[in-house]
Design a protein around this ligand. Structure first.
Ligand code: NAD
Ligand code: GLY
Length: 365
């Protein structure tokens, strides 16, 4: 097992990465202050992994709540079912919530923990690759509002994260690849050496080789922890973690939620960011080809949807992120392994990027 300590003073916590960790009482016990534990999961993950997790909490007053599966249930209404359960069980301020699932379960359970009795402890047990390398680390929690994704939320750090890579065996290939988009993102934004490693080891990863997976989750969490440690509440540098996301959110919204997975849209979004970066004279043709090849190797789409127009796309991008003097802030690669948050690019170049990508089209059908 590997351990990373995310040092945030009194909010700091360990991230455990390894195999067969779900029933490890020794990992969770030091994180629990009271004697009450509520494990929140969903109808897909609970039948697979709830039993071993409950073994780790043997001896505590332990409740369970199984939510419906899907992004469409990441709502205030579902959140309220967690509060109902906590109140019905008479859970006090020393209780601990446990999120067992992907990013949806993690975000909603973390937000419940942030709100219940003005804040209780929670533990993240992420079960998708995306959740293990991204959403379980860093303390962003929340739910969607009909008018915007992740618009209601709070920063609330978990007491520990337990990433058991064995649970990824049951994840389907498309969801696995979607997680790889966030992995590639770390290489592109800040870790050139990891980018090279991914180029050499993508086949092993797709075959879900244990050592390759442990290395990938560990390196990704290390990269994310470095950024979160520097800027916990995203007043500056943490924004680089959104590389590809402004383009990606425009794709997700433009084609209609659910058609493209978040990671698929981020992958194509990173290529669009790279294209703009090339037009600004930062990335070479060779760099673009390397990024394109790696995304393609990870079985992710390298082309934007064919059915979106550039004007519509620009409008969607403007809704998603902050605008400065009419200009959209974008995270752009300066080189492979280096990125900047930038608003002073030539808007005509952004338009050229959109036209170049949207004209080619294809992506996910
Ligand atoms: P998800 O939670 O919807 O999981 C994807 C699917 O995989 C679901 O059907 C789930 O039930 C299933 N699943 C989970 N684990 C499984 C397993 N081991 N075996 C088989 N099936 C399994 O999606 P996700 O990609 O994990 O997370 C996406 C969510 O994360 C979005 O809501 C996004 O906004 C959020 N997110 C949050 C952050 C953050 O920093 N908090 C970062 C990135 C994404
Ligand atoms: N997933 C982006 C962040 O945690 O900041």
């Amino acid at each position: 097992m590997k351990t990373i300590h995310l040092d945030l003073g009194e909010r700091g916590y360990p991230i455990f990465i390894g195999e067969n960790l779900l029933d490890r009482r020794d990992l969770v016990a030091p994180c629990i202050r009271g004697h009450q534990v509520l494990v929140v999961s969903n109808e897909t993950v609970a039948p697979l992994y709830l039993d071993p997790v409950l073994q780790a909490f043997d001896g505590y007053q332990c409740g369970t709540l199984v939510l419906p599966d899907g992004e469409q249930y990441k709502t205030l209404k579902t959140l309220n079912t967690i509060f109902d359960t906590l109140l019905e069980l008479h859970f006090d301020r020393k209780c601990t919530l446990v999120a067992l699932g992907g990013g949806v379960v993690g975000d909603i359970t973390g937000f419940a923990a942030a709100c219940y009795q003005r804040g209780v402890d929670f533990i993240q047990i992420p079960t998708t690759l995306l959740a293990q390398v991204d959403s379980s680390v860093g303390g962003k929690t929340g739910v969607n509002h009909p008018l915007g994704k992740n618009m209601i939320g709070a920063f609330h750090q978990p007491r520990c994260v337990i990433a058991d890579i064995k649970v990824l065996d049951t994840l389907d290939d498309r969801q696995f690849s979607a997680g790889l988009a966030e992995v590639i993102k770390y290489g592109l934004i800040q870790d050139a050496e990891f980018f090279c490693w991914l180029e050499e080891n993508m086949e092993r990863l797709l075959a879900r080789d244990t050592d390759a997976l442990i290395h990938t989750v560990h390196r990704s969490c290390q990269d994310k922890a470095d950024v979160v440690r520097a800027d916990e509440k995203e007043s500056g540098i943490r924004a680089i973690l959104n590389m590809g996301h402004t383009f990606g959110h425009a794709i997700e919204t433009g084609v209609g939620y659910g058609r493209w997975l978040h990671g698929e849209a981020v992958a194509t979004g990173m290529l669009m960011a790279a294209d703009l970066s090339h037009r600004l004279g930062w990335l070479s043709e060779k760099d673009i080809a390397r990024i394109d090849n790696l995304i393609d190797k990870a079985c992710l789409p390298t082309r934007a949807p064919a059915d979106l127009q550039s004007d519509q796309f620009l409008e969607l991008m403007a809704v998603d992120k902050k605008v400065s003097g009419g200009q959209i802030y974008l995270v752009l690669p300066r080189a492979i392994g280096e990125s900047v948050v930038c608003a002073d690019y030539d808007p005509a170049m952004l338009k050229q990027t959109l036209e170049a990508h949207l004209a080619v089209g294809s992506g996910v059908n």
